[in-house]
Design a protein around this ligand. Sequence first.
Ligand code: ME8
Length: 650
Amino acid sequence: MKKKYFITTPIYYANGTWHLGTCYTSVVCDAIARFKKMDGYDTFFLTGTDEHGQKIEKSALKEGQTDVKAFIDDKVAILKDVWSLLNINYDKFIRTTDDYHKTAVQKIFTKLFNKGDIYKSEYEGHYCNPCEAFWTAGQLKDGKCPDCGRPTEIAKEESYFFRLSKYQKQLEDLFEENPDFLLPVSRRNEMLNNFLRPGLQDICVSRSSSKWGIEVTFDRAHIVYVWIDALTNYITALGYESSDDSLFKKYWPADLHMMGKEIVRFHALIWPALLMALDIPLPKKLFAHGWIYFGNEKMSKSLGNIIDPFILSEKYGVDAVRYYLLRDIVFGNDSNYTTSAFLTRRNADLCNGLGNLLSRTTAMIQKYFDGRCPEPLLKSDFDDELIQIANDLYDNVKTRMDNLEINDALAEIWKLINRANKYIDETTPWLLAKKPEDKPRLATVLYNLAESLRIAAVFLCPFLIETPKKILDCLSSSCPNSFKNVIKFGVLKPGCEIKVIDKLFYRIDISAEIAELNKEMSMQYENNNGTSEVEANPRTKDKDIINYNEFSKMDLRVGIIKSADAVKKSEKLLKLTVDVGGETRTIVSGIAKYYNPEDLIGKCVSLIVNLEPTRICGILSEGMLLCAQDSNSVVIISPEKPMAGGSIIS
Ligand code: ME8
């Protein structure tokens, strides 16, 4: 029997303009779900919309719509269009206004009340409307919501409370015994330090001042607090407390709840406690990804600094958008969207790396073998490395996916693509084609290339949509439903038709494109406090685009700091001696305000070593230290792990 895999996105507030940030959670979950399906799991992928609460009600009123449900219906239709644009292949879309959900929530609330885990009292405290979160005065940060920094309002009303404090010990044990329950580890520490260790308090779980929600059946003046309503979607969507709970029996517990980092507290503390109270097994894993920023702020509708996935996809292709989100962002970290990073990824990896491999391989097979896949008649040891990378790909990509290193999974696939491109340069098929006696070797080389492409395309299927289809179609193959039987080298049948197609991705002139795009984006959001990339990163507009040759002139190396001393008569400068692999350089760097000299000894740093030497305060500086800077600070850029002095940075 197949193993099951149940994965969820959070349910999206149904008041939104959907932007690249909101799309992120779903694109990542979609790629994971597709990978698991191909890997033989019986996968269920759940997403949906969060439709109750004051935030939604207020949004409707703000847009002049008194019929809240009609307002939401329009928004949900748009969200579904976005998901279909991005090919989010969910198995179920739950709406919290669905009747089965409302009934199940009412039953859950009553069950917890009857059990004594929900009780009535009076709430007096602070309420953050955008976060739909209750706070005590002590929890506020500078008098504002500690999560989003916005002002809260005073709420005083008769309410029902959930005995969260009762589950303190069980939650502590959960975090203690199961260190992988919540990842990344920084989020786990945040929960432990900020909430569990100070001690949990019971939470307010009903509202009587608002009507837009699910009524408490035994006390109709109250509606269920929107987060309780929302969190339970993960089980009501599977039919929990309905006449048909077969999906619940089959798929629960969730294997992975995915979410952005701002909603971890609800998922990692309140949700497990509710499940404990209901005697339901806990989800196996929670993962909190970082935020996408645009212009130094979290991309969000309320700030208006959003990138429209429709515009990006229409101009550059849905696969370019999916690829950027999945490859460019280190999964788990925050990242800053820039159009130049987006287009650079597209040009470098999709257009040059993958596109060139396809066009070179298919064109040569067309030219030298009349568009028929040649037979690999003359093998050589030289081919072993390429074949090995292809044959190892399943293990490597699977390990990355199991560890939720999504961007690294794609990097593994590009190892094969890059190796194959290098193999073309090394084997020079165009020279082999000149001598008839080299034809068997030419056949082998081109077969190896076509087969590498096929394997790369198979592994791209969970991540991209049109691109692997197009590649596989060129190779008389199609996107498989499963990895089984298609991932080992040698599956491609000699003699099959190999087609040449138009370019996979056209190269884009990045600087011209950015100017054009910013114009469109700012026009679209000019009434909405729009942020253009030029405003977001003012310095980028002053920088010329350089080509690879210009870039490759820079000799970038790892260095180890051997000594660091203040420079006399200067508050800013430090004199560093740095080991760059058997050679010591003196470098004067303006980091004195940010680092103590003694803390720098032994530090692994990044340097440009072929910069023209220059005299600074009388000292000859033979290179420059690479640093990152923002308005507050300057930090040294170091390799992720210690490396030998002199290692090349490329
Ligand atoms: O939080 N970068 O819904 P939501 C990365 N209804 N991810 C972002 C982002 C950004 N700039 N902006 C939003 C809710 N997201 C609740 C969930 S679940 C029981 C209830 C992500 O519409 C965000 O982190 O505000 C979350 O994962 C998803 O979009 C939906 O956010």
